[in-house]
Design a protein around this ligand. Structure first.
Ligand code: PGA
Length: 249
């Protein structure tokens, strides 16, 4: 049985004051069987760690380097994330791919560095609208995943998460229909099963892309949707909690 996971991706939003308020709001009356985690901007990790102390809500970083230390100005090491108590690290978000030019190979290197240092990667994959319309969705998603599987080798695949985020649904208010999401999630699980059926069984596949309280229940009800990666709605405590609640039903 896969425990549902709901992760809030705050992106480059927030201040010390707004983050305090948001976390207070999330923690007050949060009741869910889902695992819950937030991805704040790096500079607020220490604050978030203090605010979440003693609560069941976990936290991680939105990106990390594939290097561990040295002359890499502006980068954050997996070891630093680990040092501050992060468990999960988001990698390969479409904004990192499209704005900062990260390739499948870059993402695969980060994946390996994270696993080797005791962190759990949340690997984002997804197609653009053009790719979907040309029927290339699964080709693109499979290549994004296979590049990681090849680089990781079987020994690094014990514990990771996939987030399927159709690029056309991120921050646009457009959501994949439950059927569209289920179709891709099932294909991703089948791809994992070709490598190792037990990996397919245990690996959680989250949906992301304009998930909101009013569409979360139906999306989460799909057999292969194991939770959500939430952007905009994770900045509103009540919405985020409603999604956590939907995931735990
Ligand atoms: P959104 O973002 O929920 O605002 O669409 C999701 C994401 O980018 O992870």
């Amino acid at each position: 049985m896969r425990q549902p996971l709901v992760a809030g991706n705050w992106k480059m939003n927030g201040s010390s004051d707004s983050i305090r308020e948001l976390i207070d709001g999330i923690l007050s009356g949060l009741e869910t069987k889902a695992e819950v985690l937030v991805f704040p901007p790096h500079v607020y990790i220490q604050q978030v760690r203090d605010l979440l102390s003693g609560s069941p809500v976990k936290y991680g970083v939105q990106n990390a380097s594939d290097k561990l230390s040295g002359a890499y100005t502006g980068e954050v090491s997996p070891l630093m994330a680990k040092d501050l108590g992060c468990e999960y690290v988001l990698i390969g978000h479409s904004e990192r791919r499209s704005i900062y030019g990260e390739t499948d190979a870059d993402v695969a290197e980060k994946f390996c560095a994270l696993v080797d240092n005791g962190l759990v990667p949340v690997l984002c994959v997804g197609e653009t609208l053009e790719e979907r319309e040309s029927g290339a969705t699964m080709k693109v998603v499979a290549e994004q995943i296979n590049t990681v599987l090849r680089a990781a080798g079987s020994e690094r695949l014990a514990n990771f998460v996939i987030a399927y985020e159709p690029v056309w649904a991120i921050g646009t208010g457009l959501t994949a229909s439950p059927e569209q999401a289920q179709e891709v999630h099932a294909d991703i699980r089948a791809l994992l099963a070709e490598n190792d059926p037990s990996m397919a069984d245990r690996t959680r596949i989250l949906y992301g892309g304009s998930m909101k309280p009013d569409n979360a229940v139906e999306l989460m009800a799909q057999t292969d949707v194991d939770g959500g990666l939430i952007g905009g709605a994770s900045l509103v405590a009540a919405d985020f909690k409603a999604i956590c609640h939907a995931a735990g039903q």
